[in-house]
Design a protein around this ligand. Structure first.
Ligand code: AMP
Length: 434
């Protein structure tokens, strides 16, 4: 099946061919005809499935030609990076049409965005906050919007955008087409879909809440204090050229970036406290393989599209299990394959259980490689059967006290029988892993 078979006009089919797309992806096959027919759509799609083209292409076709007026299609995204990416794709897909795209998001000067709105655009891609700002200042007329897309809707709700979204929807004409894309389905997402969508075509290209099948996933059970040594070892021994590393906090991202740099690994951090230009630069350096490790918090990494990203590493597990699916979706995009590795310290065992519950399967556990410090806190003796290290580590990690630092001994809670602690003081700070 070709893009033309889906009903796309030659200008758009040509643009995707020039971009190197030979055949439509499953989400494109399902969504494009429905959007072209003017239907509302509820799409459950994993990241990396080609969902952007699945809504942008038919929207461009319905827009037809440039009108030099207020936007007629609006795409809302949770993050600046995703907004920039969707807009860049839209410009590219629209290259043989006269449709004009503009993008607005926070963290950068309003001026050029206001100028772009003044010049007129047909398709507007925006993050909710800046959109409301500019609408309130009357730089933006949303009264012509015929189609509204909520991209990564689950993420928008996670980020607390529900009130902004409601306010934006009130500014739009009531008669319009609505499309909603979400990688995961929570009660809140279902409720929003029920309010927003009229008789939607539901498009499901993967099992709900399922992580991409092509992604090879495994976990290492490792004491918290050893994580950075293991990470350095994995990068060096595996000769990793590009790894996206997730931490839970901005501070943690900064600290790990410095530690990696101190170990001779080129690294950059990307998180919400960084200026937009620093984020763009870090991303560009990573894309161009000038830095090996991009250390990111959840929010910043959302929507990043880096072609053929081979490794995603969860330095810390996310608090929300759905975020695991989003994180690992950064690899194995659009037909490629990739590996997602999680470093799980004993205190994260409950988070791992939640993730496994969501995935409806347990994640395979890899034996710890000899990263130099492993011997300091080797877990209790493994059973004698297959992958002994893995099984033993896993069992230990699920114990609440496994690997607890020295101070934990005095917390009043008793260690399990046979459990050895990894006293923080015993970790030689200056020693580098091999
Ligand atoms: P998305 O899920 O929209 O973020 O897209 C993920 C990646 O897949 C992007 O790099 C797209 O350029 C690419 N892509 C989208 N559609 C296709 C296609 N039909 N064939 C090959 N690559 C595609």
């Amino acid at each position: 099946m070709s893009f033309a078979d889906l009903g796309l006009v030659p200008g758009l089919s040509r643009a995707v061919a020039e971009r190197g797309y030979a055949t439509p992806t499953p989400i494109q096959r399902a969504a494009i005809p429905a959007v072209l027919a003017g239907r509302d759509v509820l799409a459950g799609a994993q990241t990396g499935t080609g969902k952007t083209a699945a809504f942008v292409l038919p929207i461009l076709q319905r827009l037809g030609a440039r009108l030099h007026a207020a936007p007629r299609a609006l795409v809302l995204t949770p993050t600046r990076e995703l907004a920039a990416q969707v807009a860049a794709s839209a410009c590219d897909y629209a290259r043989h049409t006269s449709v004009r795209t503009a993008v607005i998001f926070g963290g950068v000067s309003e001026r050029p965005q206001i100028e772009a709105l003044r010049a007129g655009c047909d398709l507007l891609v925006a993050t909710p906050g800046r959109l409301l700002d500019l609408a309130q200042q009357r730089f933006l007329d949303l009264s012509q919007v015929q189609c509204c897309v909520l991209d990564e809707a689950d993420r928008m709700l996670d980020m607390g955008f529900i009130h902004d979204i409601r306010r934006i929807l009130k500014l739009l004409p009531p008669e319009r087409q609505n499309l909603m894309f979400s990688a995961t389905y929570s009660q809140d997402i279902r409720a929003l879909a029920a309010r927003l969508l009229r008789d939607p075509a539901t498009v499901e290209v993967a099992a709900r809440n399922a992580a991409a099948e092509r992604i090879e996933q495994h976990v290492y059970h490792v004491p918290k204090e050893h994580k950075r040594h293991l990470l350095v070892h994995l990068i060096a021994s595996g000769n990793w050229q590009q790894v996206l590393v997730f931490t839970r906090t901005k501070h943690g991202a900064n600290r790990l970036t410095q530690q990696l740099q101190g170990s001779g690994i080129s690294a950059a951090a990307i998180h919400g406290n960084k200026s937009q230009s620093a984020r763009v630069r870090a991303l560009e350096d990573f894309r161009e393989k000038r830095v090996t490790a991009l250390v990111a918090t959840e929010v910043a990494a959302r929507g990043l599209d880096i072609r053929e990203l081979p490794h995603v590493l969860n330095y810390e597990l996310p608090n929300v299990p759905e975020d695991y699916v989003h994180r690992i979706g950064r690899t194995a995009r659009a037909g490629g394959s990739g590996a997602a590795v999680s470093l799980v310290s004993p205190d994260e065992a409950p988070l791992l259980r939640e993730i496994e519950k969501l995935l409806k399967r347990s994640l395979p556990c890899a034996p710890l490689p000899a990263y130099g410090l492993a011997a300091v806190s080797a877990p209790a003796a493994p059973p004698s059967h297959a992958t002994p290290g893995a099984a033993g580590q896993r069992r230990d990690a699920r114990r609440p006290h496994a690997g607890r630092p020295h101070s934990a001994r005095h917390s009043g809670r008793r260690p399990h029988r046979g459990q050895r602690y990894a006293p923080a003081a015993a970790i030689p700070r200056t020693r580098r892993p091999v």
